[in-house]
Write a protein that binds this ligand. Structure first.
Ligand SMILES: [Zn+2]
Length: 236
């Protein structure tokens, strides 16, 4: 179980940190594998009845869109400054924060909840930090980050050297890979003073900025490091 523990540690500090093994397996088997293999939409009778009563949800979703969804590959549009305080954008932001906390991911972009707008959020709670071994915290440059939301963010690289760590994404649920990221960046956005940061926070920002341009970590990863985070459990 050393490997499992190691992987759990990994996933804990990923961008989409807390994978529940059984949950991830369930969704993989029932939603991914089966429907893909048979090449037809597999829907349970229960889902069928649910759709009859309640129409399909519309964005902003309270779930995270998965790779294959065109919204994740689109170039997100800038938010109209006049609309930032309006109810529609506020609803998008509130939903992003809610989804980010529910899935315990430490960063999220609006396209991931089906909204192709340039908004990103990040938060690294103290509790999550405390659950991570000190050595890992230091190696990865983990630190507590209070909730920050950037609308129409602009990023500037402050240190062009890169560092490689395993990261994950809630839109590629159950997977992880090693990705190089710049050490230090500066980000600014509408109504946010510019923020210079490094370590894990800089990694989150770069990952979320990529989402706004339709780029996923799999486009930047060392492809041989790509793993299904539950692979050991398949051998049990
Ligand atoms: Zn992501």
């Amino acid at each position: 179980t050393n490997i499992t523990a190691h992987l759990l540690n990994l996933s804990r500090v990923c961008l989409a940190p807390h994978y529940n093994t059984s949950g991830a397996l369930k969704s993989f088997n029932f939603l991914g594998l089966r429907s893909y293999c048979s090449n037809v939409k597999v829907r349970s009778y229960l889902q069928y009845m649910k759709r009859k009563i309640r129409p399909a949800p519309s964005p902003p979703y309270s779930h995270v869109c998965q790779v294959g969804d065109p919204v994740l590959r689109s170039h997100a549009s800038a938010v109209d400054p006049a609309a930032v305080k309006g109810p529609e954008i506020q609803k998008v932001i509130n939903t992003m924060v809610k989804v980010m906390r529910r899935f315990e991911c430490v960063g999220l972009s609006a396209p991931q909840i089906g909204v192709p707008l340039r908004i990103l959020a990040l938060e690294y709670p103290q509790k999550m930090l405390e659950e991570t071994p000190l050595a890992l915290r230091e190696a990865r440059g983990l630190s507590m980050v209070p909730l920050r939301v950037f609308v129409n963010p602009q990023m500037r690289v402050l240190d062009g050297r890169t560092v490689v760590f395993q990261e994950a994404c809630e839109s590629l649920s159950g997977f992880s890979a090693a990705v190089p990221r710049y050490i230090s960046i500066e980000v600014s956005g509408m109504k946010e003073v510019s923020w210079q940061t490094n370590g894990w926070a800089a990694r989150i920002i770069q990952h979320e900025m990529d989402h706004l341009d339709g780029v996923l970590y799999i486009d930047r990863m060392d492809s041989k490091s790509f793993i299904n985070i539950n692979w050991p459990s398949y051998n049990e």
